[in-house]
Design a protein around this ligand. Structure first.
Ligand SMILES: Cc1ncc(COP(=O)(O)O)c(C=O)c1O
Length: 455
């Protein structure tokens, strides 16, 4: 299939500087009637009318290239025709069944089991959000191990519900709500651009994993033997951080040695985004428990779940429940989305296009005084912005300015990273090379423009 046909061809097209008058009406209404915790409209002020493929149209008729992808949900593209049709057909058949089996649910489980390694042969759907999958994973780990402590990584993001938030490192998310779950401990991720140990990747011997082992092994580390280590094989919110190849295998080895369950969070990196169906497949390891959500619902139908090894399937009925245990529309859409991913080699497309975009972005890194590092895998890319390349002083205000300029010029991007200074790209994977080039050029120009205003 030619992915070109899925998007609005005229993107980017700015008819009226956003937010235009119609968008303003929606934004004003929202500001005076909805809770002040809404966040995305503050960074990308607009109201959305419709979206197709890798493009989004606002209510004023402006059309954007979407490098944001609904925060990594829209892997098969907005309003993907085959997926929309599957969901429409399901709509008139059955839309809610708690966890009682039905044809759409069975089909999705079958589909997932053909794509997962054979060791991950149990699927469990919980509540509709990724956070709920994380809650399920930590409960399953605790239930089986009969241990309480958990280890997570600096820069990790796992969601907003109490357990998931406890495992997320960003203070901006949690500092007003502490204390959360006790006995959650953080260790440094292999964030080599800002190594916690001041080491260089070629010679460090992965000191971060050595430290993890020290924490687990030393009876005076202050950390009880953990139920699980939870990790993203490629960190998303932490700043699109791709660890060295040996990092995840070495974490796996520590987990094996000390009989700790390894949970890999695939909520953002899964479903072809990084060039494999699941990002752990780059590492030659298989987790004990894997979380999934976001793109699992095809075109944004909320659903989450976990896949795990059969021997862990000891918990009795009712240990993790809720009114929405899976989502029948999402099963139908998700199955069709998985078919689309496989039939269109979406993982390979994401991998190849990501490599091309990294080459373009590397040119920006060389030319610009404020691009500290560009990195990523597949279509999970990050550009770390700094005030000074030598000191690496983070430039979050610059990242916000770049996002604002991109928005005004017709490109949607995300911001993340430890210091809020990483411009992040999570486009629908049906992005074409032509659209990717337009978007990257626009982004590069935005960086150069914003750089001039840096005080
Ligand atoms: C890696 C990861 N885990 C968990 C979550 C939480 O998912 P949700 O926002 O659906 O609760 C996210 C959300 O961005 C994520 O990126």
């Amino acid at each position: 299939m030619d992915f070109k046909d899925l998007s609005f061809p005229e993107a980017p097209l700015i008819k009226i500087p956003p937010p235009g008058p119609k968008s303003k009406e929606y934004l004003d209404y929202q500001a005076s009637h909805e809770g002040s915790a809404v966040s995305y409209p503050k960074g990308m002020p607009m109201a959305i009318r419709r979206a197709r493929g890798a493009t989004v149209e606002d209510v004023d008729g402006n059309i954007y290239i979407d490098f944001f992808g609904g925060a990594g949900v829209m892997n098969v593209g907005h309003a993907n025709p085959a997926v929309s049709e599957a969901a429409s057909k399901q709509l008139s058949e059955l839309t809610h069944s708690l966890d009682i089996p039905n044809p759409a649910r069975k089909a999705l489980v079958e589909n997932l089991l053909t794509l997962l390694p054979k060791d991950l042969n149990r699927i469990f759907f919980g509540g509709p959000t990724g956070s709920d999958a994380v809650e399920a994973a930590l409960k399953l780990a605790r239930y089986n191990s009969r241990r309480y402590p958990l280890i997570a990584f600096e820069g990790g993001y796992h969601g907003m519900s109490a357990g998931a938030l406890s495992l997320s490192s960003g203070l901006v998310f949690k500092e007003d709500f502490l204390p959360l779950l006790p006995e959650v401990h953080f260790v440094p991720y292999a964030y080599c651009y800002r190594c916690a140990f001041g080491r260089e990747p070629d010679t460090c011997g992965l000191e971060c994993v050595q430290y993890l082992e020290h924490v687990v092994e030393d009876p005076h580390s202050g950390v009880g033997r953990p139920a699980a280590v939870i990790v993203e094989a490629i960190q998303g919110e932490g700043g699109s951080i791709v660890p060295p190849d040996e990092f995840i295998p070495r974490v796996r080895a520590v987990c094996d040695k000390y009989e700790i369950l390894m949970v890999v969070d695939e909520i953002q990196a899964g479903f072809c985004r990084t060039g494999k169906m699941f990002s752990f497949e780059h590492t030659g390891t298989v987790p004990d428990i894997m979380t999934m959500s976001k793109a699992l619902g095809g075109i944004g139908f909320p659903i989450s779940g976990i896949a795990y090894r059969e021997y862990l399937d000891t918990w009795p009925g009712g240990k993790h429940i809720g009114t929405f245990r899976g989502n029948v529309l999402a099963y139908a859409a998700g199955s069709e989305a998985l078919n689309f991913m496989v039939q269109n080699n979406l993982a390979e497309h994401a991998l190849n296009l990501g490599e091309v975009m990294l080459v373009w972005l590397k040119e920006l890194e060389e030319d610009s005084k404020v691009v500290g590092e560009v990195r990523g895998k597949g279509l999970m890319l990050g550009v770390e912005l700094v005030r000074d390349k030598a000191t690496k002083e983070p430039a979050p205000e610059l990242a916000r300015e770049v996002r604002a300029i991109c928005h005004r010029w017709g490109l949607l991007i995300e911001i993340g990273g430890h210091y809020g200074n990483v411009a992040r790209f999570l486009p629908p994977l049906v992005l074409t090379e032509e659209m990717a080039r337009k978007g990257t050029e626009l982004f590069s120009d935005a960086v150069k423009t914003a750089e001039k205003s840096l005080k």
